[in-house]
Design a protein around this ligand. Structure first.
Ligand SMILES: [Zn+2]
Length: 95
């Protein structure tokens, strides 16, 4: 069986992959900047009632009232389970 990802590795993937370019450039989720905030189409409700916070590295949907870290956004956009989403980011960024 494959060795599970360490907590440290998961922390790095969540914190060190900038959420904004991941959403716009890698996943190509429709996004825009309005009122100074980076907004993206929520993969759950398909609305733009969202904002990304570079400080926390989270995308938030105000309608769904949920936060997306880089792993969460990949899981939701690509319909992957946790491990497959982590594999995806790990391959992509090799960190
Ligand atoms: Zn939503």
């Amino acid at each position: 069986m494959r060795k599970p990802y360490s907590k440290e590795k998961l922390r790095t993937l969540r914190n060190d992959i900038p959420i904004t370019p991941l959403i716009s450039d890698i996943l190509k989720i429709p996004s825009k900047v309005s009122e100074g905030y980076f907004r993206f189409l929520c993969p759950k409700c398909k609305e733009f009632n969202t904002a990304a916070n570079p400080k926390t590295n989270l995308g938030r949907c105000f309608r769904c009232e949920i936060n997306f870290n880089p792993i969460d956004i990949v899981m939701n956009d690509k319909h992957l389970n946790f491990i497959d989403a982590v594999d995806f980011l790990n391959r992509l960024y090799k960190i």
